[in-house]
Design a binder for this molecule. Structure first.
Ligand SMILES: Cc1cc2nc3c(=O)[nH]c(=O)nc-3n(C[C@H](O)[C@H](O)[C@H](O)COP(=O)(O)OP(=O)(O)OC[C@H]3O[C@@H](n4cnc5c(N)ncnc54)[C@H](O)[C@@H]3O)c2cc1C
Length: 324
């Protein structure tokens, strides 16, 4: 990619402002848990709120992809030629005031679960097995083990995107409309932090619950390179059961494989190809639709792949910035 005007402006900003780091053609796939896929146009990391505000006023209205820990993201082998924004530093803080906890958007969920358990604050134990960030968890309403983000979150500080630029907002949980694996956090919105209200419990009890969850994950889910469940469960059923029912557990497409351990996980291979993973997601979705009559929707954010098929897989209508 030729250096764009925005990239030149970002690089100039990096020279005069602390808390901004800019990298041209950075490895993007390597920043995801799939660990396959190519580069992005530019990677911008903001470590202070002031830096984020300046960066947002520099890049708007260009498309931006906010990257958390990349545990629900797949980028094509040839990469994605846009701006990827990451948060660090100030955004990785944990502040506790009795039962109220402010978590920065860049805090890793397992770190939050363990840190708060030691302090005797319960509610987020389920998050110990989810390798995402607080920002990603709010956008996706991540959950498991009978609980989810919406159950414990009260409000979030968010930079909302509109045609006139970004404005900062403190939004309640209801305003963000968290629902099963989704919310109204837009693709261009950026969550900066969120407040959770937790329960006071004994640290020993919380530690033991965390150990149970970690053991359950180890026994029931594959390790290696994946993004967790590929498809959202349809109403009253399980995507894994449907995939299994038509014999696709263990199915291979070149370097990608439907996990033998959990049929709703698709594994990439070390040194493998994200295009192979994408093709296998497509094959599985199409076969389930044809043979079972249910259209599965992927929860994984797909960047840089064929636009039409990506939209179909993500259940989106119209244009979306990710796939171009
Ligand atoms: C082994 C494994 C197990 C998993 N198990 C579960 C599970 O049990 N339950 C579950 O719900 N998920 C699970 N996941 C999926 C994933 O971890 C969650 O969806 C997680 O919340 C994604 O967080 P992330 O930071 O990695 O998001 P990313 O992949 O980085 O991004 C996902 C989406 O969130 C957006 N986003 C990220 N940060 C921000 C921000 N600060 N502001 C606004 N938008 C943002 C991105 O733009 C993108 O749209 C699993 C994944 C793996 C690899």
């Amino acid at each position: 990619m030729r250096q764009s005007k925005i990239e030149t402006a970002l690089q100039a900003l990096m020279e005069v402002m602390e808390g901004v780091a800019v990298e041209h053609r950075a490895g993007f796939g390597a920043l995801t848990t799939y660990r396959v896929g190519g580069t992005c146009g530019v990677l911008v990391t903001c470590s202070t709120v002031a830096a984020l505000e300046r960066v947002l006023s520099t890049i708007a209205p260009s498309d931006v992809y906010v990257l958390g820990n990349g545990s629900n993201t797949l980028v094509a082998d040839h990469g994605w030629d846009g701006i990827v924004l990451r948060l660090s530093g100030e955004f990785a803080g944990i502040e506790v005031s009795e039962r109220s906890v402010r978590l920065g958007a860049a805090v890793h969920l397992p770190v939050a679960a363990r840190t708060l358990a030691v302090k005797g604050l319960g509610g987020l134990e389920w998050a110990v097995g989810i390798p995402g960030t607080v920002g990603g968890a709010i956008k996706m309403n991540a959950g498991g083990h009978g609980s989810d983000t919406a159950t414990w979150m009260e409000s979030a500080e968010i930079f909302r995107y509109s045609k006139s630029g970004y404005h900062r907002q403190s939004a309640s949980k209801d305003e963000l409309e968290l629902r099963y694996r989704g919310s109204n956090v837009g693709d261009m919105d950026i969550v900066a932090s969120a407040v959770f209200c937790l329960n006071q419990r004994s640290p020993a009890e919380l530690k033991s619950r965390i150990s149970e969850i970690v053991a359950w994950r180890r026994d029931n889910q594959p390790g290696g390179q994946n993004a967790g469940s590929v498809f959202v469960n349809p109403n009253d059923d399980f995507a894994a059961r449907l995939i299994d029912s038509i014999g696709m557990r263990g199915l291979r497409y070149r370097s990608a494989e439907v996990s033998k351990r959990h049929a709703n996980f698709i594994q990439a291979a070390p040194g493998g190809s994200s295009d192979d993973v994408f093709e296998l997601i497509w094959i599985v979705q199409q076969r389930v639709e044809k043979e079972v009559g249910i259209r599965l929707r992927t929860e994984i954010k797909l960047l840089g792949f064929d636009a039409e098929r990506s939209r179909y897989l993500m259940g989106r209508q119209g244009n979306d910035s990710y796939t171009t």
